[in-house]
Design a protein around this ligand. Structure first.
Ligand code: HEM
Length: 484
């Protein structure tokens, strides 16, 4: 060995640290390891190395600067081969398929393309808020409809007709299978360590994973194929709304089977990645507004003084709303939508601070530990937008910018970040301009404290909590109605 492994909790013989990999809020446990062992922690599961990076320095040095060797994804037998996810972007290895997919993603959501979506984003945002006013209790389903609807529409030209739309339901079911089934607890299954297990007959003891995988694979195929077939059929009929897929399929000559294969999988990845992440952001924004009403009032005052009350905010107001910008930063940080990001596979042995990080390690950026680091964010558990109004030097500003972590790292950084930067800004700003958000009241009129529960292995998805959402005024409601 070229150096010692990074420190970490003691493993059991052969099994390694498998007993410590909880499926629920693993990021909390990983942050405890960081406090005990430092910002680079090593564990193993049946010999598979797992490395957790818990500081800006370690994530920037390895996942960003050395991104060329940290950009791979593991070839997982369970997720890839048995469950049929191997060609979804988040699972593709660092090869030609991945590079072709990223080119398509950049065509769809590169920063230069985003302004062309402004009218659509604006229309979907206003519709979402109107629906929210009509049924505030259903805010999670409505947020899924808004986020999924935005990608269904931009990517496939498909208009979701209700919160119970068939493609939205399929998306919800499949993203749940992905995060709470296939990728739960680090996503390593015994068959990933001993691939021969995939040959077990389904009647044999211990083969339950194969039964699950067969059912999940069938669902994943529907998820990838059905929206894509919708675009193909619409194109054939000649009646279609222009979309990313329709634009790329119009030129029949370039439609080789390989091209269609890439397009179908890339389109699906955009759709699947957009929903739960947006729900986490919006739910935490609501929670913050309930628990920190002074931030809500300050933000509303800023909007009133800059935008006024006779129109809804638009993208052209953005540069004049510094408090909203600080509030959005704080929502990213406080929500931490994907607290352990998604693991990257190291492609060759690497030496870092004299320690060996072995080839094949799965490397996690512990975003939770960084966004809760008291040295960077004093009183880190509190929601304090003002922390982003302080003037700090460029190096510290970079370390404190949540966008350097919440969208992942290096070559695998989220390709939806530009879209989110615009869509979430408008969503939050328009909600603040038009709605009041406060704690729900019980029968006696006393405020009900929101119950804060997380039950998802990958995303920091909040269970639905009670809250009171209502229009700020008849005038605000009318503005929304006039816009739709
Ligand atoms: C608040 C919203 C979002 C957050 C916080 C978020 C965060 C992330 C994170 C942490 C990753 C893993 C990056 C890594 O492996 O280092 C990721 C990957 C990805 N995201 Fe997002 N995302 C969001 C919205 C979106 C949207 C709207 C889209 C598409 C329109 C999207 C598309 C993707 C795709 C395709 C990947 C896989 C990239 C790859 O492995 O190369 N995301 N995202």
């Amino acid at each position: 060995r070229a150096g010692p492994l990074p420190p970490g909790p003691a493993p059991l013989p052969f099994l390694g640290n498998v007993h410590q990999l909880t499926g629920k809020e693993l990021w909390l446990v990983a942050t405890q390891w960081a406090k005990r062992f430092g910002d680079v922690v090593h564990l193993h599961v049946f010999g598979q190395s797992l490395v957790f990076l818990s500081s800006p320095e370690a994530t920037f040095d390895l996942l960003d600067k050395r991104g060329a060797i940290y950009g791979d994804k593991p070839a997982l037998v369970m997720a890839g081969e048995l469950c049929g996810c191997n060609n979804m972007v988040a699972f593709t290895q660092y090869n030609d398929v991945f590079k072709r997919q990223r080119t398509l993603l950049n065509q769809a959501f590169g920063s230069q393309v985003i302004p062309s979506y402004y009218p659509l984003i604006q229309a979907e945002t206003h519709l979402f808020i109107r629906r929210l006013v009509a049924d505030p209790s259903d805010y999670i389903k409505l947020t899924r409809r808004y986020a999924g609807g935005l990608t269904l529409s931009t990517v496939y030209g498909y208009q979701a007709t209700s919160s119970n739309d068939k493609f939205l339901n399929l998306g919800e079911e499949c993203v749940d299978i992905l995060s709470n089934g296939i990728a739960s607890g680090g996503g390593i299954w015994p068959v990933d360590i001993i691939p021969a297990l995939k040959h077990l007959p389904t009647w044999a003891p211990g083969s339950g994973f194969k039964v699950k995988a067969a059912a999940w694979k069938a669902k994943m195929e529907e998820f990838i194929d059905q929206p894509y077939n919708f675009v193909k059929n619409s194109l054939k009929s000649g009646e279609y709304a222009p979309s990313f897929c329709s634009m790329l399929l119009e030129d029949e000559k370039s439609c080789t089977p390989q091209y269609e294969f890439d397009l179908k999988n890339t389109a699906n990845s955009m759709y699947s990645a957009s929903m739960d992440t947006t729900i986490v952001m919006f739910s935490h924004f609501l929670l913050a507004m309930l628990q920190y009403p002074e931030a809500l009032v300050k933000a509303q005052k800023e909007i009133e003084s800059v935008v006024g009350t006779d129109k809804l905010p638009t993208f052209s107001d953005r540069a004049s709303l510094p408090y909203i910008e600080a509030l959005l930063n704080e929502v990213y940080r406080w929500a931490t939508p994907v607290p352990l990001s998604l693991p990257h596979r190291l492609m060759e042995d690497d030496i870092y601070r004299g320690m060996l990080i072995p080839k094949g390690s799965l490397v996690f950026g512990n975003v939770w530990a960084i966004t809760r680091d008291e040295r960077l964010f004093p009183n880190a558990s509190a929601f304090v937008p003002e922390r982003y109004l302080e003037t700090v030097d460029a190096a510290l500003a970079r370390k404190r910018d949540p966008r350097n972590y919440v969208f992942g790292f290096g070559r695998r950084r989220c390709p939806g970040d530009n879209l989110v930067e615009s869509s979430i800004w408008l969503l939050i700003t328009t909600v603040l301009a038009t709605l009041d958000i406060s704690k729900a009241k019980d029968d006696q009129g006393s405020p009900v404290e929101p119950k804060v529960e997380y039950n998802n292995s990958i995303f920091r998805l909040l269970d639905r909590f009670e809250c009171d959402i209502r229009p700020r005024s008849e005038h605000a409601l009318k503005l929304l109605q006039d816009e739709c």
